[in-house]
Structure formats: structure tokens, C-alpha cells
Design a protein around this ligand. Structure first.
Ligand code: 6PG
Length: 246
């Protein structure tokens, strides 16, 4: 597998079907590892943005066991919940554990501070951090981004019905809490950042996600099913699913 060409026609992206959880994790880790190795060879650094949720955990553990240029990888987050770093709801905490990020140089790990009571200010800080990391005159083009899809069709923390998928004047946003769904406030990368990634790996498993994956890969309103925004990515998109999910 290769990270593929930079520009391709928008569309649903590749569909890769794993036989079981183990193969799902192995294929995800392999895709991420290759994009890291290629980025470090080409540019001296690999910038990866991680989603949370339960599905990527096995893939992250698998990736953690691989021989990689760890010193040259910079870790960012796609989204974060308003939780302290050591709280079980923290995406940072989960990825830090699953990817064994304790061994990464601390200067290469960029947590979203979504536990800051001033979430707008924290989102603006993360945006400045991205602009500095990528260079103000360059797009925030991650080498690899992992995404998941929620039962309601959200991806990253771009939930339906909040008008978030059309935001195109910011790289990072504060997402209000949704008490009716039992969800805390969040911080999230915006659609334009996701669209710039060289590789997007969408990790989904289980029969419960079958209908929503089909909707996400079909034309229709993004505001209704935000994961449809993945169709507008300019880089390589791999939907990595298991047999139950298709
Ligand atoms: C989060 C995520 C979110 C996730 C989906 C799918 O912080 O919750 O980044 O977008 O990817 O909700 O989650 P599962 O993998 O648990 O189904």
C-alpha cells in the first residue's frame, strides 16, 4: 500500500474490508505506519491527527508495537472531549496509553486542551499551534488522520444539526455540549483541515454501523450526516471496515 497521489476526484473513497478485529487493527496500523515512513522520508517529519472512540484502540496498540521513526512523528488530535487528560473520557489519555506515547518526545505531542473552561480560547490556541507547525503560509495538511463515524453520522466532533460541517474560516472549533445526547463540550478540527490530509483512514466496525456507513458514502446533506464531508477529501481516503459493517 502507498499513501497515493495528492489529488484525486472527490467520492466515497476506497473500501477495505477486514475479516476480523485483528485484521482490522493490522491493516489500520499498516496504513498509518506507511504514511509515517513516507512522510519522514519526504519531509523529515510525519504529522498525525488522532480520533478517539473505541474503534481505533486496537489499531493504535498495534501501531505502538511497530518499528517506526518515533522521534520524527508529531501527534495531534482530531477532536477532544472536555475532560482532564487522565480522565477515561479523554481522547488524549486513551491515545497516550494505546500508542505508548510516553516514549515520544514531549515536544512532539500536542494535546487539545478541551478541559479549559474557556473552550473558544483553547480552540484558538490550538489553531495557532497548527499554523505554527505547518507554517502560516501553508495548509494544515496532516500526513495521516484517523476518523470514526458515530451512530448519528458524526465524524471528528462535527455533530449533525449544529451547523459545524460548513465552517470554513477556522481550523479548530469549540463544540457546545449536547446534554440531550449526554455529551460534554468538545474541541474539533474543522472539515477543511480533514479535507487537506494526505491520508484519511476511517475506522468503523460492527453491524450497528452498516446503515450509517452507507449513508456517509452516499450523496446527500452533510448537515444531516456530517461524515459525508469525507467525500470531499483531496487526499487518499480508506474506509476500513469489518464484514459486519458492510
Ligand atoms: C470521539 C471521536 C468520535 C468517534 C466516533 C466513533 O471523541 O468520540 O473522535 O468522532 O470517532 O464517535 O466512535 P467509536 O469508534 O467509539 O464508534
Amino acid at each position: 500500500m502507498s499513501a497515493g497521489p495528492r489529488s484525486r476526484a472527490a467520492g466515497p473513497g476506497e473500501l477495505l474490508i477486514a475479516d476480523d478485529i485483528e485484521e482490522h487493527a493490522a491493516l489500520a496500523a499498516e496504513l498509518l505506519a506507511r504514511s509515517i515512513v513516507e512522510a519522514v522520508a519526504a519531509r523529515g517529519v510525519a504529522r498525525v491527527a488522532l480520533s478517539g472512540g473505541s474503534t481505533p484502540q486496537d489499531a493504535y496498540r498495534r501501531l505502538a508495537s511497530m518499528r517506526l521513526p518515533w522521534e520524527s512523528v508529531e501527534w495531534f488530535w482530531v477532536d477532544e472531549r472536555a475532560a482532564l487528560p487522565d480522565h477515561p473520557r479523554s481522547n488524549y489519555g486513551a491515545a497516550r496509553r494505546d500508542l505508548s506515547l510516553d516514549r515520544a518526545p514531549p515536544a512532539n505531542v500536542f494535546r487539545m486542551e478541551a478541559d479549559d473552561p474557556d473552550l473558544e480560547a483553547a480552540a484558538a490556541r490550538y489553531e495557532r499551534l497548527l499554523r505554527r507547525s505547518f507554517g502560516v503560509a501553508r495548509a494544515a495538511a496532516f500526513d495521516a488522520v484517523t476518523l470514526g463515524v458515530g451512530d448519528d453520522g458524526h465524524t471528528a466532533s462535527l455533530f449533525p444539526g449544529l451547523g459545524l460541517t460548513s465552517i470554513d474560516d477556522r481550523l479548530v472549533i469549540a463544540v457546545p455540549p449536547q446534554p440531550a445526547k449526554g455529551l460534554e463540550a468538545r474541541m474539533s478540527l474543522t472539515a477543511p483541515v480533514i479535507h487537506e490530509a494526505r491520508l484519511v483512514v476511517v475506522l468503523v466496525r460492527g453491524a450497528g454501523k452498516k446503515a450509517i456507513i452507507e449513508a456517509a458514502r452516499s450523496p446527500g446533506a452533510e448537515e444531516e450526516i456530517p461524515s459525508r464531508l469525507i467525500q470531499r477529501c483531496s487526499g487518499r481516503v480508506v474506509w476500513l471496515v469489518d464484514r459486519a459493517a458492510v
